[in-house]
Design a protein around this ligand. Structure first.
Ligand SMILES: *[C@@H]1O[C@H](CO)[C@@H](O)[C@H](O)[C@H]1NC(C)=O
Ligand SMILES: *[C@@H]1O[C@H](CO)[C@@H](O)[C@H](O)[C@H]1NC(C)=O
Ligand SMILES: [Ca+2]
Length: 306
């Protein structure tokens, strides 16, 4: 009887060893989500898949010495300031394995600021010259807008020399968004009877052509276009006007009047929680363009409001 018991134990042990282990993953979360200068900021390293004790190694990209190593999963900034901007890595090691998470904490001079386009013109706009490392197979664009316009207008216009509507977020009328990739578009119907601030994210993936669209954090049914297309790496982003030529070809009748804020663009897809974080000006993935890090030019009359 005792032998059988031992045998069973041995079998159980063997089985346990052979069973696939749950994947250990880590994620860094900030509290508060949007850091404020000279206030406390905490980065949490959250591990899933390993309940056991862990050692957390905190590092900052570009600095040679580790910031912190030990059982503490919190990196604390008692008074956050600009010297703390950068990319942080947490390496969590436990008995079930090691997981690594990264987090970008970047310039937030313009955090919570809003671009105001005061009136209809064919001149005023915000311009960003984009020179990406490589053409885009995937991307996401998010922004918030507030306007009482009922005529057509452009929200985000990315033109290349070859295609003026390379990426375009356009509102032909209240209650409808048009999303262009490489000159082709699909439409999304949204509620549109009252004047309210609207947050949208649109993402596209070349491999499938799938477009995802979020309106005020809510995912809309997936649609698709331009499967296999590649978005050009050298472009001009314009807010406030619609480009019909590279960096120009504006039409006052498609200009934006009102407020635009929280503009971000990534070279990846996004999750619904990522959309929510973008909406609160606290994206957890470093965007390729964002309020906080794009060098932009203001042409004509555009105001920046806190
Ligand atoms: C930022 O905080 C660090 C401490 O983490 C401090 O040494 C430094 O002087 C601060 N810099 C500014 C500009 O406040
Ligand atoms: C684009 O997204 C797909 C699916 O998420 C991924 O497999 C692919 O590696 C991505 N391509 C690039 C260039 O990032
Ligand atoms: Ca155009």
């Amino acid at each position: 009887m005792g032998q059988l018991w031992l045998c069973l134990l041995a079998l159980a042990a063997l089985f346990g060893l052979a069973a696939p282990q749950a994947e250990v993953t880590a994620q860094i979360q900030a509290d508060p989500l949007a850091p404020t200068l000279y206030h406390q900021l905490m980065l949490f390293c959250k591990v899933t898949g390993d309940p056991g004790p862990q050692i957390f190694l905190w590092q900052k990209e570009g600095s040679r010495n580790p910031l912190q190593k030990g059982p503490n999963n919190i990196l604390l900034f008692p008074s956050f300031n600009k010297t703390h901007l950068g990319t942080y890595t947490c390496t969590a090691t436990g008995s079930l394995g090691t997981a690594v998470a990264t987090y970008s904490l970047w310039v937030n001079d313009l955090l919570h600021k809003v671009f105001v386009f005061p009136q209809e013109t064919k001149v005023s706009h915000v311009l960003v010259r984009a020179k990406l490392e490589q053409p885009l197979q995937n991307f996401t664009v998010c922004l918030q807008s507030y306007t009482d316009l009922t005529r057509p207008y452009s929200l985000f216009s990315y033109a290349t020399k070859a295609q003026d509507n390379e990426i375009l977020l356009f509102k032909p009328k209240p209650g409808e968004y048009r999303f262009y990739v490489g000159g082709k578009f699909i439409t999304f119907s949204v509620p549109g009877s009252t004047v309210e601030s609207e947050h949208v994210c649109a993402s596209w993936e070349s491999a499938t052509g799938i477009v995802r669209f979020w309106f005020n954090e809510k995912p809309w049914p997936r649609k698709g276009l331009q499967r296999g297309y590649t978005v050009g790496a050298e472009g001009v982003i314009v807010l406030g006007q619609e480009q019909d030529a590279f960096g120009g070809g504006f039409d006052a009748q498609q200009s934006f009047v009102g407020e635009i804020s929280s503009v971000y663009m990534w070279d990846t897809g996004i999750s619904t929680s990522g959309v929510r974080m973008a909406m609160h000006n606290s994206p957890h993935k470093a965007p390729i363009f964002g309020w906080r890090n794009f060098p932009y030019e203001i042409v004509g009359e555009v105001y920046l409001k806190p």
